[in-house]
Design a protein around this ligand. Structure first.
Ligand code: C2E
Ligand code: MG
Ligand code: MG
Ligand code: MG
Length: 298
């Protein structure tokens, strides 16, 4: 299509667009190819971003975020390979890997630093995973094998992703709920049918998309939009998490709106597990003032 457009724009344009397009196609093909061996070559890593209770300013859980350290292409962000992995079906293997490793990690942190209230782990599921027949036994086996408290596993699902195979997705979501895990509506508000979405699936929590959180500063309707979303979540008995908290002002606004949880660079960026270990060993204090662990004895 890009080529076609370039041509339509005139002869000279083709030379400008073609190399760029060529490079992009080549990179996509390379990623597609290398994804097949990404697990055996051990190139994936999970980063963890703390999810902070905005009233007590304590860490209550973590979101698992995938990182690919490619030996030649460098760090490839998930947005550049998750879509491709979905297309090839390798997403099922990657998704299973993330689930097992993230849960193993949280069990470890809970044993070492969890205290009475255990941390939860939030894992992103892609649409292909949610509508796959294998997802229920996969998660059931994982929960049983790890003796994992199901309520401490939060599964994040993005709305736009559920549109394709609605019936299966709906059934699987209901069955996941039966297993006792928590369902989280990721990137809420970005899609075009958010309200139906709340009605059709029984979510436990809503994550307000970072775009809205960032728009609070620009004045205008940004702040009112976020406070409405928080109220909407509360009316639906959902807990609400604001994504992309990047500065103190945003944090203050969210606290004023009684938003339950926040996540963002201002609180803590996604970090490799060793760096989270360092934070937890120190008692959960981040660079952010007054942030502490749930466990008062640490
Ligand atoms: P997401 O689920 O919405 O995850 C939040 C994204 O916001 C992450 O991007 C995170 O690094 C970023 N973020 C956190 N705090 C801030 C902030 O203060 N400001 C800004 N601007 N961004 C912030 P990341 O890690 O690049 O991941 C992108 C997306 O890739 C995720 O969006 C998620 O949908 C997907 N993804 C990541 N890991 C997995 C995975 O294991 N499986 C699947 N299926 N998708 C994943
Ligand atoms: Mg997410
Ligand atoms: Mg997501
Ligand atoms: Mg999100």
């Amino acid at each position: 299509i890009a080529m076609y457009r370039a041509k339509a724009l005139g002869k000279g344009r083709v030379d400008i667009f073609e190399p760029e397009m060529h490079a992009r196609v080549e990179k996509t093909t390379r990623i597609e190819h290398d994804l097949n061996t990404v697990l055996t070559r051990n190139e994936l890593e999970i980063y963890y971003q703390p999810i902070v209770n905005l009233q007590s300013m304590t860490i209550e859980g973590f979101e698992a975020l995938l990182r690919w350290k490619h030996p030649e292409l460098g760090n490839i962000p998930p947005d550049d390979f998750i879509g491709i992995a979905e297309g090839s079906g390798i997403i099922h293997h990657i998704g299973q890997w993330v689930l097992y490793n993230a849960c193993e990690q949280i069990v470890k942190w809970n044993r070492l630093y969890g205290g009475e209230s255990e941390f939860f782990i939030s894992v992103n599921l892609s649409a292909r995973q949610v509508s796959h027949s294998n997802i229920i036994p996969l998660i059931r086996d994982m929960l049983e094998g790890a003796a994992f408290n199901p309520a401490k596993l939060h599964l994040e699902v993005t709305e736009t992703l559920l549109i394709t195979d609605q019936e299966t997705a709906k059934r699987n979501m209901a069955e996941l709920k039966q297993l006792g895990v928590q369902l989280s509506a990721d990137d809420f508000g970005k899609g075009y049918s958010s309200l139906t979405y709340l009605q059709n699936y029984s979510f436990n929590s809503m994550k307000i998309d970072k775009e809205f959180v960032q728009d609070m500063e620009t004045g205008g309707k940004g702040k009112r939009l976020v406070s409405s979303l928080v109220r909407l979540a509360r009316d639906f008995d959902l807990s609400v998490i604001a994504e992309g908290v990047e500065n103190e002002q945003q944090l203050r606004h969210l606290q004023t709106f009684s938003c339950h949880y926040g996540q963002g660079f201002y609180l803590c960026p996604p970090l490799p597990s060793e760096d989270i270990d360092v934070i937890l060993i120190k008692g959960g204090h981040l660079d952010f003032p007054k942030l502490q662990l749930c466990n008062p004895f640490l």
